[in-house]
Write a protein that binds this ligand. Structure first.
Ligand SMILES: [Zn+2]
Length: 286
């Protein structure tokens, strides 16, 4: 059966590989466990005193053989780079930001979705929007991405909520980002801002509650590595934060970008850099 994900037609063997990939984490654990057993056998066999010897009862060759079979299967799974393939998928249509595992949809009066579904709605309802999480895709692909479904779910929900937050582009005076203009912004801007705030939110959550959110943060960082460049345009800002705070600069840059009706990532970057420069000058005076 042919499988289509996003706009991409999957390779023919995809279904078979997908089923095999379910065991990726289990195989990794098996290798770790068997490696520990081999160390135990070696340590036990080296004991000179008969009294210190532990009867392990394992055949070393048999354990080694099982470990090499597990490694071979794992290498086979890894060689197809399904995680990269899944991470690289993307879709964008008018009024839709579809991220394979979830979607943020918004409507405005001139959009084709609006005219199909909301003909009777007043154009004043400019912030009509919804989030849909594709739980089946999360359940199927999380083993391929070597993470837990619940951690991937947290990442996806945070990302889609970040789309909602940035699409509003609200400031304290109550101004908003007009939806038709937001829709014209480059994909790098839309996804870059969503990824930036996903990073910031997950980073804060893991600091406050590492037991619950550390794995979600790591899942975000891992999946991000395979995503298209549009999903990584925020990295220079988060990297910058290792040296100095950048959150106020990004927020202010986003609002200026909106006010000046910009579209291009380059323009957003210029605003961020100018804000970082301005804030560091103010900080150095203080
Ligand atoms: Zn997105």
């Amino acid at each position: 059966m042919e499988m289509i994900l996003g706009n991409e037609k999957m390779p023919e063997e995809f279904n078979k590989l997908l089923r095999l990939s379910r065991y990726r984490s289990a195989l990794k654990e098996t290798i770790v466990g068997l490696s520990g057993i081999i160390d135990l056998i070696d340590a036990t066999d080296k004991q000179e005193s008969q009294e210190d010897k532990i009867e392990h009862g394992f055949d070393r060759a048999c354990v080694e053989n099982t470990m090499s079979v597990s490694k071979a299967i794992l290498e086979n799974i890894n060689s197809h780079k399904l995680d990269r393939l899944i991470g690289s998928l993307r879709v964008r249509d008018q009024g839709i930001h579809d991220d394979v595992f979830g979607v943020y949809r918004y409507w405005y009066p001139d959009s084709k979705i609006w005219s199909l579904q909301f003909e009777d709605m007043s154009p004043r309802h400019v912030n009509r929007a919804e989030i849909e999480i594709f739980w089946a895709a999360i359940a199927v692909f999380s083993p391929v991405l070597d993470c837990k479904p619940e951690d991937l779910f947290i990442v996806v929900l945070t990302h889609e909520l970040a789309h909602a937050f940035t699409q509003l582009g609200a400031d304290i005076e109550g101004f908003r980002w007009p939806v038709h203009r937001f829709d014209q912004a480059d994909l790098e801007v839309v996804e870059g801002l969503a990824q930036y705030y996903t990073h910031r939110v997950l980073d804060r959550l893991r600091i406050d509650n590492p037991t619950q959110y550390q794995a979600a943060f790591e899942t975000f960082e891992n999946v991000q590595k395979f995503q298209p460049t549009e999903y990584r345009s925020h990295l220079e800002w988060t990297k910058e934060s290792e040296n100095r705070p950048e959150q106020e600069a990004v927020r202010s840059a986003m609002l200026q970008f909106r006010r000046h009706k910009c579209r291009k990532l380059m323009e957003l970057k210029e605003y961020v850099n100018a804000e970082l420069k301005r804030l560091s000058l103010v900080d150095s005076v203080n």
